[in-house]
Design a protein around this ligand. Structure first.
Ligand SMILES: *Cc1c(COP(=O)(O)O)cnc(C)c1O
Length: 390
């Protein structure tokens, strides 16, 4: 038997991530101590009251049925209230909130609702891989919007031709951004709302890092822009805010027609999130929020260790206001991939090459702040002594 992969599988090019991770595993298997700053999975644990809610839910015999994909009412209500208190955005829990099996679920499937083969989806480059993979699986053509320092890591809307815009159905943006750790000013969101109305494009804003913010910075929800609900949905997640990445709990909020379409797709694909996880999510969203401040402060201290450490050795990097990443220019004359491989082999520090996030990521590496402070200091020390030998 010979199995040939379907053409749509060509959209799934996680080759660079897999290759780097295989090299990392080889080093670990060989007994090397590797400091893993590559994958973006939080190393912190949820607060006690969240774990207790999950434990209680698991102990309840009535919690083992299908929940159906919309989410239990307590979850939708909790999301609606959380959005009001955090971003002053009003959401109808019935029609403008839908649960997701992690925001990845929604990001992967949204294009199926709106995109016909050959339609264009505007995606950021560099960008989180599912932003491209989801639309490609739906048969979309991608238009990659370069995010560069020269444009303050914002897409240049005026650079997109009318011919492309006529065929564009969707645009994906993400602030605070992964991998760039960039933020967007409110004025940019206002421009995007006007742009989306003019060209009849759905805006999908990924807001996963709204709470991992530093030095008093507070980002705006895209939906807080007047008129945004007519043109936009926003994806959010409990993965980063509450350290619940493995639980797979997220939500999409905003335009109710689009949410109904996504709900239709999802009700065919899945039967919802395990009820105890939804109850834990409700406990997270409605409970005390000091755990979130502590998490953000933890990442802020880690950011400073990496940024101060790299800057002191002459590797100039920006100090981000949000996210759990530092985006750093490759300090040698190598490609980002070759640099990452050498750093792994010779210094025992694993990063992600920027080229894994798109062609405009070349020349940079992403450093994920997912290790405790002493390990980050050790990483700085190792990088410095290896770079010093070059
Ligand atoms: C981590 C992350 C998410 C969260 O994904 P989940 O599926 O909710 O765990 C979403 N978007 C970006 C850009 C991320 O980095």
């Amino acid at each position: 038997m010979e199995f040939r992969q379907a053409q749509r599988m060509q959209g799934l090019t996680s080759a660079i991530f897999t290759e780097v991770d295989n090299l990392r595993k080889e080093q670990v298997a060989a007994g090397k101590d590797i400091i893993t700053l590559s994958i973006g999975s939080p190393d912190l644990a949820p607060a006690g009251h969240i774990i207790e809610a999950l434990q209680q839910g698991v102990g309840n015999r009535n919690n083992y049925g299908y929940t159906l994909s919309k989410g239990i009412p307590a979850f939708s209500n909790a999301v609606s209230n959380w959005y009001k208190s955090h971003f002053d955005v009003d959401l109808d829990a019935q029609t403008e909130v839908y649960s997701l099996i992690g925001s990845q679920d929604g990001l992967a499937h949204i294009a199926l609702c709106l995109v016909n083969p050959g339609d264009v989806v505007l995606v950021p480059d560099p960008g989180y891989p599912i932003f491209s993979a989801g639309p490609l699986m739906a048969g979309a053509e991608l238009y990659r919007m370069p995010l560069t320092a020269a444009n303050h890591y914002l897409p240049d809307l005026s650079a997109i031709s009318e011919a492309v815009l006529k065929r564009a159905k969707m645009m994906i943006i993400n602030y605070p951004n992964n991998p760039l750790a960039a933020t967007a000013p409110r004025e940019f969101f206002e421009q995007v709302v006007a742009f989306a109305k003019r060209y009849n494009i759905l805006v999908c804003h990924d807001f996963a890092y709204s709470e991992l913010v530093f030095d008093g910075y507070r980002p705006d929800s895209f939906l807080s822009i007047p008129g945004a609900k007519e043109v936009a949905i926003e994806f959010h997640s409990l993965s980063k805010t509450y350290n619940m990445a493995g639980c797979r709990a997220g939500m999409v909020v905003g335009n109710k027609e689009v949410i109904a379409l996504l709900g239709k797709v999802k009700s065919n694909f899945d039967y919802g999130i395990f009820q105890p996880i939804q109850q834990a999510a409700v406990a997270a969203l409605t409970g005390p929020q000091d755990c979130v401040r502590e998490t953000a402060l933890t990442y802020q201290r880690r950011r400073d260790i990496i940024v101060n450490g790299l800057n002191q050795m002459g590797w100039q990097v920006n100090r981000p206001q949000a996210s759990m990443y530092v985006w750093a220019p490759v300090p040698t004359q190598q490609s980002s991939f070759d640099f990452v491989v050498d750093l792994l082999k010779h210094a025992g520090v694993a990063l992600i090459p920027g080229s894994g996030f798109g062609q405009f990521g070349e020349g940079f590496v992403r450093i994920a702040l997912v290790q405790p402070e002493d390990r980050l200091s050790e990483a700085v020390h190792r990088i410095e002594s290896w770079l010093g030998k070059l």
